[in-house]
Design a protein around this ligand. Structure first.
Ligand SMILES: Cc1cc2nc3c(=O)[nH]c(=O)nc-3n(C[C@H](O)[C@H](O)[C@H](O)COP(=O)(O)OP(=O)(O)OC[C@H]3O[C@@H](n4cnc5c(N)ncnc54)[C@H](O)[C@@H]3O)c2cc1C
Length: 392
């Protein structure tokens, strides 16, 4: 490792690797560090992505695609099923990835573009001079080091500390954190090309259960619930109950817990010499908690903007705020809209979800937007207007 780079990127998730790849492609001298000894492992993700979103950044490769998804099925609290075709199923289906391989491949692409990659290397602080971030302090294999950079990228995920070290407020309200638990299960009866979602307070208050297939009889079975809905029972306890109910015969190969920001993006994503990307900047989707594609998108934008700023010799907060503007342009509208939808949906009662699901039986979902869907439900059930009006 050298003592000086153009850019140091902290965290080799999808956001960090795309930022590193893009910055290196722009001819910058890039260091990408990852605190874990293996990039992509352990996986803290249900691994669902939309095909269209993914293909903007990387060509799908069978070695990191676990399942090709054709539809999504949503089960209301009383078990009524609403089936959405691939076209309608939204951003979180398309492929179920194998992130242990996917994340590593993205880091390989960054390396191939010229970035230096260092694992088991943790940032422990920032070098800040006259208010300007100029590098990091860190630990590698137990030894302390310092490395200087014109720009540091915080790609350190939901538990991000790097932004906070630079004085950016990254605190999340309890109602804006989805706390999650997940089992990788085998020997279970699933529909292999369908991503299934279960709603209702019995299974996941203020959230949902997902069953994302990873093979004929294997799936990520997990749930996320808003931390504000926590009443003494942990997500993993809800998950155990769900599994006992739906997959009593299944075997658990992996258990994970984690969290996703569902707040919408931070008001400020950059400061002097620093930008925040991916979950560190809270760009994950407020409804689903899906963050892989938005992480890649923000990483790519960061790589390009940083390259321009460095070429212009200006990495001040003002110059780097171009990154905020471009991320807002790319993702802001949908994150704002989905945040508003989340605020309504997480308050909808089980009964209303059941009534809505009943009324959607027989509806052809091709070419239907969420707004049209909600209007359809309200037209069929005028009494629900008050509860669902925020969605129209
Ligand atoms: C249970 C669960 C299920 C999910 N399911 C989905 C899904 O199906 N689809 C979807 O799109 N999204 C899903 N998400 C969200 C998705 O995983 C994230 O949005 C995505 O990984 C964000 O990418 P990132 O690069 O910003 O952060 P991460 O992927 O979290 O990467 C951050 C990296 O930074 C490293 N790091 C942290 N601190 C330091 C440090 N100080 N020094 C060096 N390295 C550091 C970490 O080890 C990590 O590798 C899920 C999340 C959870 C918790």
């Amino acid at each position: 490792m050298k003592s000086e780079y153009d850019v140091i990127i902290v965290g080799a998730g999808p956001a960090g690797s795309l930022a590193a790849k893009t910055a290196a492609e722009n001819g910058l001298d890039v260091l990408l560090i990852e605190k874990r000894q293996e990039i992509g492992d352990p996986v803290r993700c249900a691994e669902g992505v939309g095909k269209v979103g993914l293909q903007e950044f990387v060509e799908p490769d069978p070695k990191w695609v676990s399942a090709d998804i054709k539809c999504a099925r949503i089960f209301s609290p009383d078990g009524t099923m609403v089936e959405l075709s691939e076209k309608m199923a939204g951003n979180e289906v398309g492929f179920v990835l194998e992130r242990k391989i996917f994340d590593r491949e993205l880091a390989k692409l960054a390396a191939k573009a010229g970035a230096e990659v260092q694992v088991k290397t943790q940032a422990t602080g920032l070098i800040i001079e006259n208010g300007q971030v100029c590098g990091i302090t860190g630990k590698q294999h137990g030894d302390d080091f310092t490395a200087r950079a014109k720009v540091v990228v915080a790609a350190d995920g939901v538990e991000s500390k790097v932004g906070r070290w630079a004085g950016i407020n990254t605190t999340l309200k309890l109602k804006d954190i989805e706390t999650c638990a997940q089992f990788l299960m085998t020997d279970i009866n699933i529909k292999p090309n369908s991503c299934d979602f279960y709603l209702g307070s019995k299974y996941a208050p203020g959230g949902y259960v997902w069953v994302f297939p990873k093979g004929d009889r294997e799936a990520n079975v997990g749930l996320g619930m808003l931390a504000s809905h926590y009443k003494g029972k942990h997500p993993i306890e809800y998950l155990r109950e769900f599994v006992a109910d739906k997959f009593p015969e299944g075997k658990i190969l992996e258990t994970i817990v984690g969290a996703v920001p569902v707040s919408g993006m931070l008001p400020k994503l950059s400061t002097d010499g620093l930008v925040l990307v991916g979950d560190a900047g809270h760009v994950s989707d407020p409804i689903t908690g899906g963050g892989i594609i938005n992480a890649m998108s923000s990483g790519k934008i960061a790589g390009n903007v940083i390259a321009k700023c460095i070429k212009n010799g200006d990495v001040s907060a003002k110059a780097l705020s171009q990154y905020d503007a471009e991320v807002r342009e790319e993702l802001g509208k949908s994150l704002d809209k989905n945040y508003k939808i989340k605020e309504v949906v997480t308050r909808v009662s089980d009964k209303t979800m059941d009534v809505a699901a009943h009324s959607l039986q027989g509806v052809n979902f091709e070419n239907v937007t969420i707004t049209k869907l909600v209007k359809e439900i309200v037209t069929r059930n005028p009494a629900l207007l008050k509860e669902l009006v925020g969605l129209i």
